[in-house]
Design a protein. Structure first.
Length: 464
């Protein structure tokens, strides 16, 4: 199954009632507030299924690349009808400034199940969700996957876009609505003659863009059209393909403060379970450059997300309502796809994702020997802390001794390889820092005069 989400621009002209003058709209009290942050919606899965949760999860970000999960990465809303779970949530701001949330009606991974319905919620501010219902999109004996919506100003209606199978192949269908309660009959929206899934629409500079997953070559592609009419994208693919293999679920996101675009894609397999990002300075060109993992960090176990722009006030209100996690994950500088974790009571760095995923979650508590420092307290073994023993970092229970407290206390200092990152100095051996060697963690003498490789091994990022 393949799903994706999109970001739709909310321009001043889109707020104008039919026939209104743009100049008048720009001076009205209804002008759109500036977007300075982002919200992501997702569900969760992990390699051994310990994190599988098919409710709506939320995260926020100031830069659209590094995310803070809300509500301790637990769901903020869960369907109460249909299969009782969701995949592929989609969040869009409507013309009145409120939000609509749509999602696939499916719990788990049995993609053979036919279902003609999608989930829908209304929300004024994403701090509460009301009006839960299911919308029947068609009567075909097939699925209704990865719904999203877009505003078609020429019709004065929203189009609900989704993947369904008819005539022997998967295509993108659309139903039109004004209120996300009564929907019109299904129409084929995009069918280039081969299987496609996960369509996402974005409008920029007077051009409409449709990104999708192609099964003709296994890549993510973009098509464009001067209209949003059904079938207008069929012969207008303009990209050579951005990624191939197990990548799906494209999201197109414009940076809030500059003409820069990000394309997100998701790994289909929960065993891999990673999100990938490409950047372009011109959405109309076929020029996407992959971002390295040190540039972004996905929410823990996030799958098939949606990203929408929000205001700074909305960002603050969401954090106030749902709260940031009480735990952290810590990323290696020179292996940015690796996280600090414990395994068999040894501290090491391993590539994300893995199970038990809690092995990489840490509460950074006041230092046991010095509250000006901190100690790494395990989330899934809360009576255990990271300490050094014979210079190796291990996870041990606190025996209450002064020696244990000193061994388990560290101080944050600017990253030895990059001042924007962090290094961890030992409390009782202050010329030693935490570093990885052969992916195992230990403390060793590492300073500003050490070789570059050693400084990189001793540099980390504290995130979520």
């Amino acid at each position: 199954m393949l799903q994706r989400r999109t970001l739709l621009s909310w321009g001043l002209s889109s707020l104008a009632p039919a026939g209104a003058e743009v100049a008048k709209t720009a001076t009205t009290a209804h002008a759109a507030p500036a977007h300075t942050a982002y919200v992501m919606g997702y569900f969760t899965e992990s390699p051994a299924k310990t994190a599988d949760n098919y409710g709506l999860h939320l995260a926020v970000s100031a830069d659209g690349l590094n995310w803070t999960p809300l509500n301790q990465n637990d769901p903020v809303a869960t369907p109460t009808a249909g299969t009782g779970g969701l995949r592929d949530p989609f969040i869009m701001r409507r013309q009145d400034g409120t939000f609509i949330v749509l999602a696939t009606d499916l719990t788990g991974t049995d993609f053979t199940l036919p279902n003609q319905y999608i989930h829908a919620w209304d929300s004024a501010d994403l701090r509460s969700f009301t009006g839960y219902r299911r919308l029947r999109m068609h009567s075909m004996p097939t699925h209704t996957w990865a719904p999203e919506a877009f505003w078609d100003a020429s019709r004065g209606q929203y189009g609900i876009l989704y993947s369904a199978r008819s005539g022997g192949r998967d295509a993108l269908y659309v139903n039109y609505t004004t209120d996300f309660r009564d929907v019109g009959a299904p129409q084929v929206f995009f069918d280039p003659g081969f299987d496609v899934l996960d369509g996402t629409v974005h409008t920029a500079g007077g051009t409409n863009y449709l990104y999708y997953k192609s099964f003709a070559d296994g890549r993510l592609h973009g098509a464009r059209s001067t209209t949003l009419n059904p079938r207008s994208f069929d012969r207008n693919t303009y990209t050579a393909g951005v990624a191939e293999g197990g990548i799906e679920a494209p999201i197109v996101v414009r940076a809030n403060d500059r003409d820069e675009w990000y394309l997100w894609g998701d790994s289909f397999s929960p065993v891999n379970g990673e999100l990938y990002v490409w950047r372009s300075r011109d959405l109309g060109s076929d020029a996407w450059t992959p971002l390295t993992k040190d540039r972004y960090a996905q929410p823990l176990n996030a799958k098939h997300p949606t990203i929408a722009p929000i205001t700074g006030t909305e960002h603050a209100n969401l954090l106030a309502r749902w709260g940031a996690p009480a735990w952290h994950r810590i990323t290696s500088y020179n292996y940015p796809d690796h996280l600090i974790r414990h395994a068999n009571n040894a501290a090491r760095i391993d590539p994300y994702p893995f199970d038990p995923y809690q092995d990489a979650q840490w509460r950074l508590v006041p230092g046991l020997a010095d509250p000006a420092g901190f100690s790494f307290r395990s989330v899934n073994f809360p009576d255990r802390y990271l300490r050094h023993a014979d210079y190796a970092l291990v996870l041990n229970g606190n025996d209450g001794s002064a020696a244990f407290a000193a061994d388990a206390t560290f101080h944050r200092v600017p990253g030895l390889a990059d001042g924007g990152w962090t290094s961890f100095r030992s409390h009782n051996l202050p010329d030693h820092h935490i570093r990885h060697t052969g992916f195992r963690l230990r403390i060793a003498p590492v300073g500003s005069g050490s070789p570059a490789a050693d400084r990189q091994d001793a540099t980390f990022r504290i995130g979520y």
